[in-house]
Write a new protein. Sequence first.
Length: 125
Amino acid sequence: MAGLRDEPEALRQRALAGDPVAQFNMGVRYAEGRGVAQDFLEAAKWYGAAADQGDPQAQFNLGLLFYQGLGLPRNLVYAYELFRSAAAQGDERARAGLAAVSLELNDEDRLNLGLDAPAVRPTHH
């Protein structure tokens, strides 16, 4: 298992070879600056590689980067889609993320995602 305790180069080699656990852990290293300079764009690259292989933790973390606009342009639709994929695999954090993002989606994005328009929009004073 390729974990955060592995040497960075050994972990990188496993990640480059396509190991989704290693890819996820490379994303964590870059997101948190563990043994490497913090780099959210590089974290997104590694999370994306693992997310493409169906890793729910990577899907959630990448969705969070899109939601927060860290290293990537803020994109609520991508965040929602990633959270939905992770939630479908049982990730509880992703379910909470879906609820948060859905409150911020505009009507066009909701329609494109196949969602109903909200009955009541939150008001900000």
